[in-house]
Ligand binder design. Structure first.
Ligand code: HEM
Length: 424
């Protein structure tokens, strides 16, 4: 069942969170659900296990700096590395941003999970990330095989199952290899990464030993990469495309940055004195609708929706076990809250009922299973976007018309395009 509209989404996911916060492995096609049942990680563990793994991930990532100022230098280091490697040598030439920027957001995750970044020339790192993308795209198509399982055996691969299995043959063994490497070097006096803390917790808290397994260490790692890499890089790609499509907005952002920061390096706290720039980021998250169906939720008990939408009374009983998808566009593009919702208008966050508009920009979901990386994503978006705009003007190659229609898988991304960075 697809649930639409803020009121009902809020009613079910927040007010009735005790019945709607589970996800079940069988929401996935068979080849995934078999793996997810054995090693569910944060996404697919059932209550109360998801709560334990999620709290552990949240507190550990916060210790690693999520949303806090001590993570800033690591993100800024990555931004400079990205500019030096991918932009500076190609200034004035068209660049495919989407393929490269995910390596930068993956490296931010890598520094929190493993304690170090990978070099952009590392061939295995590039292959690993490419397989994540293949898997993300294939998983959405593979949903057909969940409902019509024999379709996976048709010649060719129109369900994406074969591509997905192949990608898993690269990503999963590599995750397990990395877990083994951390295990071999585990030093209880120097626990500075997510994986080390996970493995140490397994040794220390014997009550949790069935949950804090090596398999779940590897799966949580893969899920953090999957959830934290393509989402943030897609939001950044949309932001650059919107700047190319709306040069007047780009000029206003750059004027604000010049006036407030000059050539000083941006800090995350500067967002409070860069309201227009922040409005552009919010508008990107709203219009870009990055995760358009959120992730599935499964009802624990029968649930009756008893509400009213546009004067139509809704009374609908959903059975226990019913799977819920969230139509994020029904909230992010709600014309009752966002006037002309299909237009890119950052100033909407500076006028009128700004609090209402900000709280309805629910790009990260809502309720107990809302995005656990929101603090990290907001920090990355603010630092990357502000630095790019401070240093470069962006435009499309001459004659290219911006295509603002998304290409939808689990993530809604812009269609492939190239962007030209010019030094300011
Ligand atoms: C612009 C960037 C991002 C967007 C728009 C986004 C959005 C979302 C959404 C809509 C959900 C599903 C909520 C639900 O089903 O109720 C989600 C879940 C999740 N996100 Fe994000 N996300 C972003 C970045 C990140 C980052 C950087 C991380 C890494 C730490 C992350 C980690 C997760 C995890 C682990 C979950 C699953 C939580 C659970 O199952 O309890 N996300 N995200």
């Amino acid at each position: 069942v697809v649930i639409c509209g803020y009121e009902i989404v809020h009613e079910i996911l927040c007010k009735s969170a005790n019945v709607s916060s589970n996800r079940k492995a069988d929401s996935m096609p068979k080849h995934h659900s078999e793996i997810a049942e054995a090693t569910p990680g944060i996404f697919w563990a059932e209550y109360p296990h998801w709560k334990t793994l999620r709290s552990f991930a949240l507190s550990t990532l916060r210790e690693e700096g999520m949303g806090k100022s001590h993570l800033e230098p690591r993100i800024m280091h990555e931004i400079h590395a990205y500019i030096d490697h991918f932009i500076t040598p190609h200034v004035g030439q068209p660049i495919n941003l989407s393929d490269s920027i995910m390596l930068a957001t993956a490296n931010v995750m890598s520094s929190m999970i493993h304690g170090h970044r990978k070099d952009y020339t590392d061939a295995f790192f590039k292959l690993w990330m490419k397989q994540f993308r293949v898997s993300l795209e294939a998983t959405t198509k593979a949903a057909i095989a969940r409902n019509i399982p024999f379709a996976a055996y048709f010649p060719g691969d129109f369900t994406g199952v074969k591509a997905d299995i192949k990608a898993g043959e690269v990503t999963i063994p590599e995750a397990m290899r990395q877990v083994e490497a951390h295990k071999a070097n585990l030093d209880p006096n120097n626990l500075v990464t997510y994986i080390d803390k996970f493995l140490y917790h397994a040794q220390e808290k014997k009550d949790d030993e069935n949950l804090f397994t090596d398999g779940n260490a590897g799966m949580s790692m893969l899920q953090l990469y999957a959830a934290g890499t393509e989402t943030t890089s897609t939001a950044l790609t949309w932001a650059m495309l919107y700047m190319c499509a709306h040069p007047d907005v780009q000029v206003k952002v750059q004027e604000e940055i010049d006036n407030v920061l000059g050539t000083n390096e941006v800090r995350y706290q500067d967002r409070f004195t860069l309201p227009y720039t922040e409005a552009v980021i919010l508008e990107t998250l709203r219009l870009g609708n990055i995760v358009p169906m959120a992730l599935p939720h499964t009802l624990e008990e029968e649930y009756t929706i008893d509400g009213e939408i546009h004067l139509i009374v809704i009374l609908q009983t959903l059975p226990a076990g019913c799977e819920l998808m969230i139509n994020m566009a029904s909230i992010l593009w709600d014309e009752e809250v966002f006037e002309e919702p299909n237009k890119f208008k950052p100033e909407r966050y500076l006028n009128g009922d700004v609090t209402l508009k900000k709280t309805r920009t629910l790009a990260f979901g809502t309720g107990r299973r809302a995005c656990l990386g929101e603090g990290l994503a907001r920090m990355e978006l603010s630092l990357f976007f502000t630095t790019f705009m401070q240093r470069f003007k962006v435009s499309l190659p001459t004659g290219h018309i911006p295509n603002l229609d998304g290409v939808c898988s689990i993530v809604n991304a812009p269609a492939k395009f190239t962007v030209i960075f010019t030094e300011r």
